[in-house]
Design a protein around this ligand. Structure first.
Ligand SMILES: [Zn+2]
Length: 846
């Protein structure tokens, strides 16, 4: 009723020119005066402040309240509990049948259903903004664009209302946005300070680009490690938008970038050529037209990457839509000096506003064409999948039920069809047992995502990568997998169920917990937190259990009932509760005398120390790596971790902890006294877990003495054209690729693993030789380690001669070096346990 009343008022009062500011963003446009502009609502001109996220949401709530053309939904919450919202705008007629429109779009994307009449279907446009919190112009542009669509009186605005259903996500990363906005606003000067050195333009570590756990959400559309992307991708699959935008900022001295991106070199191998060859150039003409009109400079093609499937501008390309990345020169702050004079925040906002409008115009002009393309995309996907010689991918880890469940859920989240494997298979030395393995056929609408999950790509049109060059998700999950034409498909998997293990009742001598399951570390920490004493059995053995004789591997946990402070009943009840929560199977034994192998009181059994962990963070330290570790311990282990800034390290008494984590970084600023304290603590029993460049620093301070790989340098040309320097030097980087490593399964770092070979993720040029001590290189590369992604021949040679994990003993302590990325992007579930083994079993490694 209220909406109707307001609409009537609008009719009576007519249309008025809004505040003068709208002239800057929308020259010549008239607006419906019943809808407040962002300036009217906020009380300041857009560009004067970095608008707080809650006010952006409030503005959208106001639009929802005032206009029957707009509806706001909350699709989820961020880590810091900010709502994730989407504002949908459409004509009253389309608003009245939104659900039917959505169903028709799903029908269009499903080749098994009849193709709907696309001439009657509105264009589905998804305007996404602000995935990087410190690229703030886009969220301001989102408010202005919403206002224009709802209240604009031009023919184009009316057409957009009639011919499109527009979904606006004002900020993909609200937590990062507020972190940066608070910085920029609280450091703003009056008058504004354009000097790039001013504090306003240089936010404190870790900056607002990333989310709560310091992850780049513009890499998370594939891994789905965070709620922001989980709910986003879930929403995406409810709509299959024809066009999706992703607005960014780049260096202050640059201009504006729109797609097409770099031809071939930066294109994703599974995306149809039509996307790159026809559609991108078609849309680019619109962007150029709008930018020409305001005289803003721009460029295309040269740099930005479009290959990694986890970008917000690439994922849509793999789902029958068009994903578009835009980058504006950044004012990073309210006003900043550039080579073209001072760049204002409003200027950067206007660049994104005009490209939002250009996207809308291009989308409705090519409405039927884009619908036909969406259909064609999924029809050809099934056809190509049918012809793919792989036919089926079969996968499954016989020993790790939780990791299987995580991977199954992950495939379902990406709408990939998965079936039970109905027959025991043995393929190339790998076994896939019925009931413990699953099949993904290639002939399915999500065929191109199936390739993304299972294919290794090694041949590239380019050798310089903006980001990762490998993303085989089955490898990241550490899944044994293979192709097979012979698979027998069982029931389709529609949901992933938790197991229901029966807890063994009755008197126990000890309880045993297998360490192979992904969540066994979580249960271990949970028991330790409850005050239960847990030991680890360092050799294989066979025990008589409630299920009869069972073979156990080295690394099995034991809770000996004779050495507990709590009563037997309390211990048993806590184990039962924890096993249920963490979905772990628990075995009960009634004697310490084993059927074979060592007995339960052997000298090869040791107490597991409860980790007390401290990690150095702050300027110079890799926020991504630190964030991955923090995220792992919080969300997968439930273990607190003390994060200390390097400039506070002088106050730390390391003897209050037993494990220090040094992510990649530069620690040369630590004082001599701090370094001495660190050495003393390690020598007296402390464990350092060190990643990549941190290990180089430990070498420099003399705590470790590991040797870099030295090859005879390949002769380089004495002179090269200046213009080739980026490509030539870039080709030497290891930008993110996958290698096969070999584990010493008897070493505690390998506890929980049953297979010798394991895929690892590497994104560093640091190559360290295996240890001089023959027992202390538990993970090294295989003879032909290259599985996927780009690496130069010279680097591959170095890699083959280097180690993945090395232990350096230091009197009573030790340093555990990782030269790969065991926790990469919160998605390398297959190698997380290596890292957690270092955390729990560091003192078993001497
Ligand atoms: Zn960005």
């Amino acid at each position: 009723m209220k909406k109707l009343y307001i609409a009537l008022i609008a009719l009576l009062t007519g249309i008025s020119q809004s505040f003068a500011q709208t002239d800057y963003f929308f020259p010549g446009e008239s607006f419906d005066s019943t809808i407040p502009s962002p300036e009217e609502f906020l009380g300041y001109p857009i560009g004067d402040w970095h608008t707080r996220y809650d006010l952006i949401v409030k503005y959208f709530e106001k639009l929802d309240e005032l206009s029957e053309l707009a509806t706001l939904q909350t699709i989820g919450y961020t880590h810091e509990h900010r709502p994730k919202v989407i504002l949908t705008i459409a004509s009253p007629a389309h608003m009245g049948e939104l659900e039917q429109i959505r169903q028709r779009q799903l029908q269009l994307a499903d080749p098994t259903q009849e193709k709907p009449d696309v001439s009657a279907m509105p264009s589905i446009v998804h305007l996404g903004y602000g995935v990087h919190g410190n690229e703030p112009s886009s969220a301001e542009a989102a408010m202005l664009t919403a206002y224009w669509i709802l209240a604009g009186q031009s023919d184009l605005a009316k057409r957009v209302r009639e011919e499109a259903v527009t979904h606006i996500d004002p900020t993909l990363n609200p937590d990062g946005r507020d972190r940066h906005s608070l910085w920029a606003d609280s450091n703003k000067g009056f008058p504004p300070v354009a000097d790039p050195l001013d504090r306003e333009h240089n936010e404190a570590w870790p900056g607002g680009r990333t989310n709560h756990y310091w992850f780049d959400l513009n890499r998370d559309w594939l891994p789905l490690a965070h709620p922001e992307s989980q709910v986003k991708v879930e929403w995406y699959h409810q709509w299959y938008p024809n066009v999706t935008t992703d607005f960014h900022e780049m260096g202050t001295n640059s201009t504006y970038f729109f797609e097409p991106t770099k031809p071939y070199g930066s294109e994703n191998p599974v995306v149809p050529r039509k996307n790159y060859d026809d559609i991108n150039p078609l849309f680019a003409k619109y962007f150029a037209k709008y930018m020409d009109e305001i005289g803003s400079l721009y460029w295309t093609k040269e740099v930005f990457d479009n290959s990694y499937p986890g970008y917000g501008s690439t994922y849509p390309d793999i789902h029958g839509g068009l994903g578009l990345v835009f980058e504006t020169a950044s004012s990073r702050g309210h006003l900043q000096a550039s080579q073209r004079g001072d760049i204002s925040f409003a200027f950067t906002i206007r660049n994104h506003v005009v490209n939002s409008l250009a996207t809308l115009e291009a989308s409705i002009d090519n409405r039927e064409y884009m619908h036909d393309y969406l259909r064609e995309f999924f029809v050809t996907a099934v056809d190509e999948g049918r012809k793919d010689p792989a036919k089926n991918y079969v996968f499954g880890d016989e020993f790790d039920a939780s990791r299987n469940r995580l991977f199954l859920q992950f495939l379902l989240d990406h709408k990939i069809k998965v079936f039970e494997n109905d027959t025991d298979l043995r393929i190339g030395g790998q076994e896939f047992k019925k009931g413990k393995s699953w099949v993904v056929p290639t002939a399915q609408p999500q065929y191109r995502m199936v390739r993304t999950m299972f294919e290794y790509v090694k041949d590239f049109a380019d050798s310089v990568f903006y980001d990762a060059s490998a993303w085989t998700m089955a490898a990241a999950y550490g899944m044994p997998f293979s192709t097979t034409p012979a698979a027998k498909l069982g029931a389709e998997i529609n949901s992933v169920e938790a197991p229901d293990y029966t807890f063994p009742n009755g008197k126990a001598y000890a309880y045993l917990i297998d360490w192979a399951d992904y969540f066994s570390p979580k249960m271990l920490y949970d028991l330790q937190e409850a005050g239960i004493h847990v030991e680890v059995i360092n050799r294989p053995f066979k025990s008589q259990t409630q299920d009869g004789p069972v073979d156990f591997a080295a690394g099995t946990l034991m809770v000996p009932m004779g050495f507990q402070e709590l009563s037997s009943e309390e211990v048993a009840s806590k184990i039962q509760e924890s096993a249920k929560t963490n979905q772990q199977k628990v075995y009960k034994v009634e004697t310490g005398l084993n059927l074979s192998g060592i007995d339960l009181g052997s000298n090869s059994v040791g107490a597991v120390q409860k980790p007390k962990v401290i990690m150095l963070v702050g300027p110079g330290v890799s926020g991504y790596e630190a964030g991955e570790i923090w995220h792992l311990l919080d969300t997968k282990v439930g273990m607190p971790i003390t994060k200390v800034n390097t400039d506070n390290f002088g106050r730390v008494n390391l003897f209050n902890y037993n494990t220090l984590i040094l992510p990649s970084g530069n620690y040369s600023g630590l004082s001599e006294a701090s370094v001495d304290h660190l050495k003393d603590w390690v020598n007296r029993g402390g464990t350092v877990i060190s990643l990549k460049s941190a290990s180089l620093w430990l070498n420099r301070i003399g705590l470790t003495k590991e040797t870099p790989v030295q090859l005879e340098e390949v002769e380089e040309p004495a002179e090269l054209p200046f213009a080739t320097r980026r490509d030539f030097e870039g080709a030497k980087e290891v930008g993110g690729s996958i290698y096969l490593a070999r584990m010493d399964l008897t070493h505690p770092i390998s506890y929980g693993y049953r297979q010798e070979n394991i895929p690892v993720y590497r994104n560093t040029n640091i190559f360290i030789q295996p240890s001089q001590n023959k027992y202390l290189t538990p993970i090294r590369y295989t003879a032909n380690p290259h599985l996927g992604g780009y690496i130069s021949d010279a680097n591959l040679e170095k890699l083959k001669q280097s180690a993945s994990v090395v232990i350096s003993p230091a009197r009573s302590g030790r340093v555990i070096h990782f030269f790969d990325s065991p926790n990469f992007r919160g998605t390398w579930f297959g190698t997380n346990k290596l890292f957690l083994n270092a955390l729990f079993f560091g003192n078993q490694m001497d």
